[in-house]
Design a protein around this ligand. Structure first.
Ligand code: ZN
Length: 85
């Protein structure tokens, strides 16, 4: 899919996934069954008074909480969808 350079940040550009350590442990131990960590993890993301929190729905615990340090970083909520012909 050709995307203009100014929109390329809207494509998946994750370099280091953030994962729930308990989900990762269960995948590593084989107790989650034959499933990938990406398919097993159930994360919820949302804005908080502090910044951005990632929450594991499966384990009901914090995965990461990013502190915006009272700044307002630029956030782009647009998405790009592939055309189905
Ligand atoms: Zn988890």
């Amino acid at each position: 899919m050709r995307v203009p350079e100014e929109l390329s940040h809207l494509l998946r550009t994750i370099r280091e996934p953030i994962v729930c350590s308990k989900c990762a442990d269960e995948i590593a131990a084989g107790t989650a069954g034959a499933v990938s960590l990406r398919d097993y993890t159930r994360l919820e993301a949302g804005l908080t008074a502090r910044g951005l929190q990632l929450w594991c729905i499966r384990h009901d615990l914090n995965v990461a909480h990013v502190d915006f340090d009272n700044s307002q970083p630029e956030v782009d909520f647009r998405c790009i969808e592939r055309k189905v012909n």
